[in-house]
Design a protein around this ligand. Structure first.
Ligand code: NAP
Ligand code: MG
Length: 407
């Protein structure tokens, strides 16, 4: 058997804890036996981030800009407890945040559907992909508590020195609270472009919703920017691809999503995306069955799992206990990245390989072999719980049976 070659490298971002162990197993059992993996490797494990003063994260982001496609393992975002645990020089920022900022990207999350694990919403037959605008609004806001009488105003000073002032509220002796939030034209435009590109890429309709009837300037601006960019750059392409851009009010969107069959992208403002992605993930089953890809407006892609480093399992693993962590989301990050690499380079063998590995993984679960988290959810009669390594070995067997290859 000759291995599939990759002329252009993929950027590989290694990570932490249980997912770092899963990462290596996936490469050992499912990728390297069949593909001459060509990756530019960056170790984003917390120890290495600390040793390089987090330069390695920025270097990795730059490499994704250079090669176009990256795959990332889950990483620890340090808090005070981690600073102590790893004896860190500083409380380094979230690598996902750093990379997202460098690529100015939007994150798209979609569930992996398998027979036997049924969404809580009965009508959902196809995945709903959530696109969350991960910049600004309440996440970069300033807030004050007003204890007692006072006045809050919105003041904007323009470059020419002119000042626009609006009164927000006059507080009585009981006081109150106030918040000032913002977004930028550049960021909203990037968000819109990433969404439209991804819709074309995956040939799915895209829905977008805000509360523009209430927020006549702020939310309305989002609506207008989407509309302008769509008309100017995407309408024709959408017609050709026979997909649709659909705008509605956020509450109408929520009602329609629940009644829908799925199979579309739902673009959300930052807060809506934060909340709705958790709802959608839970309704489909589990975070371990959720794929995630960061798409930049220029068309750079970074694939990852939606979950974290599964710390609780890792500590048990260190104690010598057997764990049954689910590798699906991490595996699909790899296959997503390999497929995209193949698509960009015209490497059909690599694309087919990625599709077959995904099919083998799904088939393995549908035949009743699964990790503990899925065992609890699956409605299959003949189901069997296995540990992570055994699950990966079973996927390999399914793959070889399907394709007739052996390695
Ligand atoms: P987590 O790693 O997603 O795990 C939370 C819980 O969800 C686990 O304890 C486990 O539940 C279940 N779970 C998640 N992934 C699973 C999988 N693949 N297979 C089976 N069960 C799975 O979140 P966390 O414990 O809040 O965070 C751990 C670390 O990850 C933190 O240091 C955080 O900074 C980091 N993090 C990184 C990313 C990222 O890099 N994208 C995202 C989020 C969090 P049970 O224990 O009940 O089995
Ligand atoms: Mg959330």
């Amino acid at each position: 058997m000759t291995k599939i070659t990759m002329p252009v490298p993929l950027v590989e971002l290694d990570g932490d804890e249980m997912t770092r162990i899963i990462w290596k197993m996936i490469k050992d059992y499912l990728l390297e036996p069949y593909v001459e993996l060509n990756t530019e490797y960056y170790d984003l494990g917390l120890t290495e981030r600390d040793a390089t003063d987090d330069r390695v994260t920025m270097d990795a982001a730059m490499a994704i800009k250079k090669y176009g496609v990256g795959v990332k393992c889950a990483t620890i975002t340090p808090n005070t407890q981690r600073v102590e645990e790893y004896d860190l020089k500083a409380m380094w920022k979230s690598p996902n945040g750093t990379i997202r900022q460098a690529l100015d990207g939007t994150v798209f999350r979609a569930p992996i559907l398998v027979k036997g694990i049924n969404p809580s919403v009965k009508t959902w037959q196809a995945p709903i992909t959530i696109a969350r605008h991960a910049f600004g609004d309440v996440y970069n806001a300033q807030e004050c508590v007003i204890d007692g009488e006072g006045k809050a105003e919105l003041v904007v000073t323009r470059k020419d020195g002119s000042v626009e002032k609006k009164q927000i509220a006059q507080f009585d002796e009981r006081g109150g609270i106030v918040q000032g939030m913002f977004n930028t034209t550049t960021s909203i435009e990037s968000f819109a472009k990433s969404c439209f590109n991804y819709a074309l890429d995956t040939k799915q309709d895209i829905w977008f919703a805000t509360k523009d009837t209430i927020s006549k300037l702020y939310h309305h601006r989002f609506k207008d920017i989407f509309e302008e960019i769509f008309k100017a750059e995407y309408e024709e392409k959408f017609n050709k691809a026979q997909i649709e851009y659909f705008y509605t009010l956020i509450d109408d969107a929520v009602a329609r999503v629940i009644r829908s069959k799925g199979g579309f992208i739902w673009a959300c403002m930052n807060y809506d995306g934060d909340v709705m992605s958790d709802m959608v993930a839970t309704a489909y089953g589990s975070l371990a069955m959720m794929t995630s890809v960061l798409v930049s407006p220029e068309g750079y892609y970074e694939y990852e799992a939606a979950h974290g480093t599964v710390t609780r399992h890792y500590y048990r693993h260190l104690e010598g206990e057997e764990t049954s962590s689910n590798c699906m989301a991490t595996l699909f990050a790899w296959t997503g990245a390999l497929h995209k690499r193949g698509e960009i380079d015209g490497n059909t063998a690599l694309m087919t390989f990625a599709q077959n590995i995904e099919a083998a993984a799904i088939k393995t679960i549908e035949q009743g072999v699964m990790t503990g988290d899925l065992y609890l959810l699956s409605e299959l009669k003949n189901k069997q719980k296995v540990n992570t390594e055994e699950f990966i070995k079973q996927i390999k067997m399914t793959y070889e049976r399907m394709t007739g290859e052996s390695a």
